[in-house]
Design a protein around this ligand. Structure first.
Ligand SMILES: [Ca+2]
Ligand SMILES: [Ca+2]
Ligand SMILES: [Ca+2]
Length: 232
């Protein structure tokens, strides 16, 4: 069987050094490599036996796309991202003019911009599902995106949310934040229990960021952070 090697990212695809445009791969994003997930595709009601594309990362990407696409038109727009940031500010009655509010809005805009870098293949300023899959692989998991844009955005949220300044959130506070991302109360409570690693009834910054990193990078179907944005 002839393998279309040139059509697929190589095994080191996720570990490429940071660059700011990706002309050589800009037309090759239709099949994100499932390699890291092969062999772990059978769990759960959405496990599709024999389909390597149904790996943990793929499932999370599909779910995340659906959560962002609030008007269900099959493309993501900057508005859909900005509204989440605005929802977080609204939750705390914060203004975008305040330092904490500004940090959240700058964080969500940077996150959106990172998705677009080299991945808006038809240059329409929107992200199709296909473009999204490529953006995650190249710009979020790749290009140090989790540490460069995801973590700072979430740290900004925590700064805003943690009014007592002790660096920890209880379940009610967590539910409140995740609601801004469209996560149901039931799902947020479920995930809170899963990511509260020491089971002390609060989530520290470390526990939160660990869950966040798991969501974006873990190929383990049972990683507690997988359901951060709701069960799927
Ligand atoms: Ca949309
Ligand atoms: Ca596009
Ligand atoms: Ca804890």
């Amino acid at each position: 069987m002839t393998r279309m090697i040139s059509e697929r990212p190589g095994p080191d695809f996720l570990d490429r050094p940071a660059v700011h445009c990706f002309p050589s791969i800009s037309m090759k994003v239709s099949k994100p490599s499932p390699r890291n997930d092969v062999g772990t595709i059978s769990r759960g009601r959405i496990g599709r036996r024999g389909n390597a594309m149904a790996g943990a990362l793929h499932q999370k990407a599909e779910h995340r796309f659906d959560m962002w696409d609030t008007n269900r038109d099959g493309v993501l727009t900057e508005d859909e991202f900005v509204r989440v940031g605005q929802g977080i500010l609204d939750t705390y009655g914060a203004s975008e003019d305040s330092p904490e509010g500004k940090a959240v809005m700058e964080g969500i805009r940077a996150f959106w911009e990172r998705h677009l870098e080299g991945m808006d293949l038809n240059d329409d300023g929107r992200i199709s599902r296909e473009e999204y899959r490529g953006a995650l692989e190249v710009n979020i998991r790749g290009n140090n995106g989790v540490e460069a844009v995801v973590v700072p955005f979430w740290e900004a949220i925590l700064d805003l949310a943690d009014e007592s300044g002790d660096g920890a959130l209880d379940a009610a506070e967590f539910v409140q934040i995740m609601a801004a991302f469209g996560v149901s109360e039931d799902d947020a409570k479920y995930t809170f229990g899963a990511i509260d690693a020491d089971d002390n009834g609060e989530i520290t910054t470390d526990e939160w960021l660990r869950a966040l990193r798991e969501f974006w990078t873990s190929t383990d179907h049972d990683a507690p952070g997988n359901t951060l944005f709701g069960r799927y």
